[in-house]
Design a protein around this ligand. Structure first.
Ligand SMILES: [Zn+2]
Length: 339
């Protein structure tokens, strides 16, 4: 069995706050005199039922972590450490997702908040060798006009390389907001050349996937795993070439599936879906990127050849330049050949 940490891959679903190392969160909490909820410091992955109450508890913990990020230095530290941890796990390309609204009050507005993350991403790329690009994400819990403001801001930094904005997302509780009302924001982002990468089809089923596909025209779907419950929806996702950012630890932590073995990873791949494994929020879900590939190996019986295909899929679904993709794909071939 080959070492999964040396398999070159791209990491396309990782949230800024959720990427934080537990030790870093403890440091910041001490620095600011914040008392953290036990669940954030006990080292156990979160386990919640997929109900409204389960989500609120997740959101409360997430907010508690976010409340410890209060300065430019904190923001830079989080980006650098995410890049270091990704580099240690064979990720040659990280597309980290951030909603700058939460940090704006501490750094003088959403524009500086975005610029700090982009500059930190550039420095982290140079320091670690992992190319860090950024997805700017709006929240379903805020007004769709806020999403348009964020899309216009994201558009100004559009690109494909380190320290550039590559995509526009929509996060938070899938059950909140009216998907169609965010279509205008996504149209603004698309015109600027940004990838459309909204969340969908994790807490809600194939009907939600269908709605997100129709309204937001995604290039990639955050999760989308529940498209496996309706063959027509899944075939449509496959036909449109929409990649799925599958995060098994998240699905199990949020109770969407009881066990990792129930995540329909094999069914999605067999149907021809392009799958990119992601860690989502390692701070809360207790495992990082390699952990998701280990799950594919252990729980789903993926061979090294199939794991290499998953890695290739993640690289192809990224917004990296063709040069970066070629380099990483060649690394996957080497990984397989060396076994
Ligand atoms: Zn997510």
């Amino acid at each position: 069995m080959r070492d999964l940490a040396t398999l070159p891959k791209a990491h396309l679903h990782l949230h800024f706050t959720g990427s934080m190392r537990p030790d870093t969160l403890r440091d910041l909490a001490t620095q600011y005199g914040v008392r953290l909820p036990h669940a954030l410091v006990d080292g156990d992955p979160l386990r919640l039922p997929p109900t409204e109450r389960g989500w609120f508890r997740f959101q409360r913990l997430y907010d508690a972590a976010r409340a410890c990020v209060r300065s430019e230095a904190d923001m830079r530290r989080i980006v650098l450490e995410a890049a270091q941890d990704d580099a240690a796990e064979g990720s040659g390309r990280l597309e980290i997702q951030v909603d700058p609204t939460s940090y704006a009050p501490f750094v003088g507005g959403i524009t500086p908040a975005v610029e700090i993350v982009l500059d930190a991403a550039r420095s982290a790329s140079a320091a670690t060798g992992t190319e860090v690009a950024v997805v700017v994400a709006a929240s379903r819990t805020r007004h769709p006009l806020d999403a348009r403001t964020l899309a216009r801001l994201a558009a100004q930094y559009a690109g494909e390389g380190a320290g550039e904005v590559v995509g526009f997302g929509l996060s938070n509780d899938e059950r909140r907001g009216d998907t169609a009302e965010f279509a205008r924001a996504f149209a603004i982002a698309r015109r600027a050349g940004l990838a459309s990468v909204p969340h969908g089809g994790e807490l809600l089923g194939p009907g939600h996937v269908h709605e997100v596909v129709r309204e937001l025209v995604p290039d990639r779907l955050g999760h989308g795993v529940r498209s496996a419950e309706d063959r027509r929806v899944l075939d449509d996702v496959v036909d449109r070439g929409i990649a799925l950012e599958v995060c098994p630890a998240s699905n199990v932590s949020l109770g969407v599936y009881e066990e990792a073995g129930q995540v329909p990873l094999g069914a999605l791949v067999d149907a021809g879906a392009q799958v990119a494994l992601g860690a989502d929020d390692p701070l809360l879900f207790g495992s990082r990127l390699v952990g998701q590939y280990e799950t594919a190996r252990r729980e789903h019986g993926f061979s090294d050849t199939e794991l290499a295909d998953l890695a290739r899929s993640s690289i192809r679904a990224s917004r990296a330049s063709s040069g970066t993709k070629r380099r990483l794909l060649a690394g996957v071939d080497d990984w397989l050949a060396a076994g």
